[in-house]
Design a protein around this ligand. Structure first.
Ligand code: NAI
Length: 389
């Protein structure tokens, strides 16, 4: 694959439109399809205004803007994808629908065409299982907004060949993205390792230890996170965030470590999705008094240490079980969710011994599997090792 490769994008929603823009800006001719004509029209208008805004802000030249817009063909017939060398699917997150689409696509595209899914939570292997040539099916997981977020996770399913993986990585690297390789496991890297940032923060709230504003402040103040967990969940949307949590938990055969919380489930049920619905953990209506955190530094340290210990435990486990390399796990969290540091590097700084002692204390206090320290973390402490030496 190279710049001459025609890229097909299926689904012109939030992710598909962004991916089409990225591919076009990288010099490809792009075809984008959606089964809703109305979505296709709206997506085209939105893309034109987004590119024009970039030109207006002088982020790109007028010529570049025209080229990005001109290289995208908005099609309403999948048969037009016959000459694509790469197709990226970004349709609704439903296995049956995705499988049906992939097997249909195989009758349209050539034998060398790589078929990719942008799925956040479905297994690539299960999507590939519907194909005659599963070896050319791969995960290319962009982050939202695809035009701005640098990270892309490349996921090789059980049946994907190494050739498909290396060709795909090479191409996406040429799009000025930071790629990481992830094993086909629930949540891949980011959506798995980041779970405790939300889950443990909600537990701290549910136990009455602190309110949302105080927890958000604590993690920003002591951890240097750009956004607190509740602000972030409200931005992502409690519908999206809750669904990812529930999916990861189910796919890990109900491992209690990933158990969703009732607090977030109730917000989801009530339609309190966050910023987009006007209310979530916080109220976004006009003239509302923004809640003030309790600026108690001792409490903030406790909150930070509990959350960071859970995050590091998850990152160490992901490394132990071969989800990705230590470098890719750290890169994924800094480039995919803007963490101030990679978690394994952070562990070296804080000390694995301290992290282990926080987890062991939590495990003793709560007698819950959720707090079990991972085997690699214990090994590191025993052998007095660091992740990076
Ligand atoms: P969206 O709902 O904004 O867009 C999906 C689009 O697919 C809609 O326009 C819909 O009309 C179209 N569609 C549905 N079924 C179709 C079919 N059979 N054929 C053609 N078009 C069809 O969804 P969004 O958020 O863009 O997500 C798309 C995919 O990307 C999902 O797999 C999601 O898990 C994944 N993803 C989403 C992220 C996010 O933050 N929204 C981040 C990373 C991945």
């Amino acid at each position: 694959m190279n710049k001459q490769t025609i890229v097909g994008v299926i689904g012109a929603g939030t992710m598909g439109s962004g991916i089409a823009q990225v591919a076009s800006a990288s010099g490809h001719s792009v075809k984008i399809y959606d089964n809703s004509k109305a979505v296709l029209i709206l997506a085209r208008q939105n893309l034109v205004s987004s590119v024009d805004r970039l030109v207006g802000k002088q982020k790109i030249s007028g010529e570049e803007g025209e080229s990005i817009k001109g290289k995208i063909e908005w099609v309403n017939d999948l048969a037009k994808f016959a000459d694509c060398g790469l197709v990226i699917e970004a349709i609704v997150e439903n296995l049956d629908i995705k499988q049906k689409l992939f097997s249909e696509l195989e009758n349209i595209v050539g034998d060398d065409c790589i078929l990719a899914s942008n799925t956040s939570s479905l297994s690539i292997t299960s999507i590939a299982a519907a194909c005659r040539k599963p070896e050319r099916v791969i995960g290319i997981h962009f982050f939202n907004p695809a035009t701005l977020m640098p990270l892309v996770e490349i996921i090789k399913g059980l049946t994907t060949t190494s050739e498909t993986e290396s060709k795909t990585k090479k191409l996406i690297d040429s799009w000025n993205k930071t790629t990481v390789l992830a094993k086909d496991t629930p949540g891949f890297i980011v959506n798995r390792v980041a779970r405790p940032y939300y889950g443990e923060s909600i537990r701290i709230y549910e136990e009455g230890i602190a309110d949302f504003a105080t927890i958000d402040w604590a993690l920003k103040e002591k951890g240097g996170f750009k956004m607190g967990p509740f602000e972030l969940m409200d931005m992502i949307g409690n519908d999206v965030n809750y669904t990812v949590t529930e999916t990861v938990w189910k796919q890990f055969f109900y491992d209690p470590r990933y158990k969703p919380s009732l607090t977030q489930k109730r917000l989801f049920e009530a339609g309190r999705f966050g910023k987009k619905s006007g209310q979530g953990y916080y109220d976004y209506s006009e003239n509302v008094v923004v809640p003030e955190p309790k600026r108690d530094h001792t409490l903030a340290e406790k909150i930070f240490h509990r959350v960071i210990a859970m995050l590091i435990n998850e990152a160490a486990d992901a490394l132990y079980y071969g989800v990705a390399s230590k470098e890719d796990i750290d890169l994924a969290m800094t480039k995919g969710v803007n963490y101030p540091k990679g978690l394994l590097k952070w562990c070296d700084e804080i000390g694995a011994e301290k992290i282990l002692s926080i987890l062991s204390q939590l495990k003793e206090d709560y007698s819950e599997e959720r707090y079990r320290p991972g085997v690699l973390l214990k090994k590191m402490v025993k052998e007095k090792k660091k992740f990076y030496s």
